[in-house]
Design a protein around this ligand. Structure first.
Ligand SMILES: Nc1ncnc2c1ncn2[C@@H]1O[C@H](COP(=O)(O)OP(=O)(O)OP(=O)(O)O)[C@@H](O)[C@H]1O
Ligand SMILES: [Mg+2]
Length: 555
């Protein structure tokens, strides 16, 4: 609508010109001139206002678009690593969203709104004179073909640019994450060289895209100027032949410029347009891959058992399963210890039990409902998980333990910390529970992180508590805390699953699951399984449980 009025108002300038030439100059009337000037100034001011209004509206349309999709895109970025491997730093979808919003909010779309009005201008040119119309039409056809050419030539370089950008960002992100290793091993130069190479590729692709756009943009601009002169020439010829007035000549030249301006604008905005289009295609793809979870029925709090039925797991982005055919069940009020060599699939199993990775076959059930029948958030309240590489979030210790709940319960936080034997440790910090832990807990030692991660796992007494090597970084006090925590889960009739290399944690469990090469080697009550496992390990040195020797000492 606004575009329509803006375009109609754009006729002011050529018509003003036409009137000045043909009326004012012919009659020599100053009052007419003054009247025309006042009218034209008014119309120009109105047009200016509408232009500003249009820009503001577009900006807000861009924002609305962002508001509509940013939530789902954020969700997809967070959930996608659980099902596929994401290239680069995994943040491309966010940049894609920015691309689309930026394009929608910029002046690119105006070109497309203005394009249909070209017909009006061309029509007026034809009204002036057939040949003026023809010249304008031919000019328009040439420029539009140029637009198609731009489109064809730009697609590839632009998608290359984005692909190289993803690689480039991924390298930098990895180097940033591992800054300490880079510094300690003196990898700075080599890492930088790898990045520079990726950056050079990116710049080359970007240059190619820019050259195409710039070259064709330049050609279109000069063509437009040339066409304006051409139409002036045609007009002059018609004036000489007395087939048109001088006013028509000048007005048609301006009209022509106006008619072709959107084509010009379109060509110069073609790169952002294509980028936005490709970004949108990628986003659609992404959102289709990560559909919004369907609403599910609320379930009663679990209270009976954890059951794993023929579970086979393929890590995200992989083809071959790393864990196959696991089947066991653990009743409420008991704890399971998972043992096995490095790479035998213990962590993979833990991820499946807490529902982080979905099994390709089989089911993990809590009280007969399989995990995929649960609403994620609802299930999360009944699950405590301490991953092998503890990941905390920027925030305070209290916020981390309370899982960033909106209204955390201070008593529950302290209770969780106490259950994890972490309360005193936290109070030793100057700001206690309010201590900010830095990005990913960088302000804490590995052991402190692990203890706070344990408290987070125990917050609000979840039914299922899965601890993946909880004592990896712990001192004796920490190990005792883990044993205590397992005991407390059993006491309050929850289920604890503990992955352990060292036997001290296995001391507190009722069942033992022995993993080997992604398979379940043995499962049963601890006192039945452990002796068998140890015997087998003794017969085949190097196989079986890690740290076999100390296992015998402690069991
Ligand atoms: N994200 C992943 N992508 C591909 N393969 C994976 C991934 N995670 C694990 N694997 C593979 O799955 C197998 C089991 O790994 P897992 O981490 O479960 O072992 P683990 O028993 O926990 O070992 P550790 O005692 O060293 O922690 C390994 O061979 C590993 O290569
Ligand atoms: Mg592991």
């Amino acid at each position: 609508m606004i575009s329509g009025v803006v375009n109609l108002l754009a006729l002011t300038s050529p018509l003003f010109m036409l009137q000045v030439y043909d009326r004012v100059l012919a009659s020599g009337s100053v009052p007419t001139l003054v009247g025309l000037v006042v009218l034209a100034v008014g119309l120009f001011a109105f047009q200016c206002m509408l232009d500003i209004l249009r820009a503001r509206v577009l900006l807000r349309i861009g924002e609305r678009f962002d508001g509509q999709f940013s939530g789902r895109v954020h969700d997809a970025i967070v959930r996608l690593p659980l099902s596929t491997r994401m290239p680069g730093d995994g943040l491309q979808p966010l940049r894609d969203l920015d691309n689309v919003r930026g394009f929608l909010g910029g002046n690119g779309p105006t070109a497309f709104f203005d394009l249909p009005w070209m017909l009006l201008y061309l029509g007026i040119c034809f009204l002036f004179h057939f040949w003026i119309g023809m010249t304008a039409l031919i000019g328009a056809i040439v420029l539009i073909s140029l637009t198609f050419l731009t489109n064809g030539l730009s697609q590839q370089p632009i998608s290359d640019t984005i692909a190289h950008n993803i690689v480039r960002n991924g390298l930098l992100e990895a180097a940033r994450r591992n800054a300490e290793v880079v510094q300690a091993l003196g990898l700075g130069k080599r890492i930088a060289a790898r990045w520079h190479k990726a950056n050079a590729n990116y710049l080359a692709a970007n240059r190619k895209a820019g050259d195409v756009a710039g070259g064709l943009g330049g050609i279109s601009k000069s063509l437009r100027v040339m066409l304006q002169s051409a139409i002036l020439a045609v007009g002059a010829y018609l004036v000489i032949r007395q087939e048109a007035t001088a006013g028509v000549m000048v007005a048609s030249s301006i009209m022509m410029g106006r008619a072709l301006a959107p084509v010009d604008l379109a060509i110069s905005n073609w790169k952002p347009f294509l980028m936005a289009r490709q970004s949108w295609a990628r986003l659609e793809d992404l959102l289709a891959k990560v559909p919004e979870p369907a609403p599910v029925m609320p379930m009663p709090a679990p209270e009976r058992e954890l059951r794993v039925e023929g579970v086979t797991i393929v890590p995200p982005g992989e083809k071959k399963p790393t864990v196959t055919g696991l089947a066991f069940a653990v009743q409420a009020g008991s704890a399971l210890g998972v043992i096995g060599a490095s790479g035998s699939g213990k962590s993979t199993l833990s991820r499946a039990i807490v529902g982080a990775w979905a099994p390709v076959a089989g089911k993990v059930r809590i009280d007969s409902a399989s995990l995929d029948q649960w609403d994620r958030e609802a299930l999360g309240r009944h699950v405590g998980y301490l991953p092998q590489g503890v990941e905390l979030f920027d925030g305070t210790i209290a916020e981390n333990i309370a899982r960033f709940e909106d209204n955390p319960d201070p008593e529950a936080i302290v209770a969780a910390a106490k259950a994890a034997g972490t309360h005193e440790l936290i109070l030793r910090f100057e700001h206690g529970y309010e201590t900010p832990i830095g990005e990913a807990g960088s302000a804490l030692s590995a052991g402190q992180r692990q203890r706070i991660g344990l408290a987070r796992a125990l917050y609000r007494d979840p039914f299922l508590v899965v601890l993946d090597e909880p004592n990896a970084n712990l001192d004796a006090e920490g190990e005792a805390a883990v044993v205590e925590a397992i005991a407390s889960v059993r006491e309050r009739r929850g289920v604890a699953v503990v992955v352990a290399h060292r036997p001290s944690a296995v001391r507190a469990v009722d069942y033992v699951l022995m993993m080997e090469g992604g398979r379940q080697r043995a499962f049963g009550p601890r006192d039945e399984v452990l002796p068998k496992v140890l015997k087998a390990a003794a017969m085949a040195p190097g196989a079986g449980v890690k740290a076999t020797g100390s296992t015998q000492d402690n069991v």
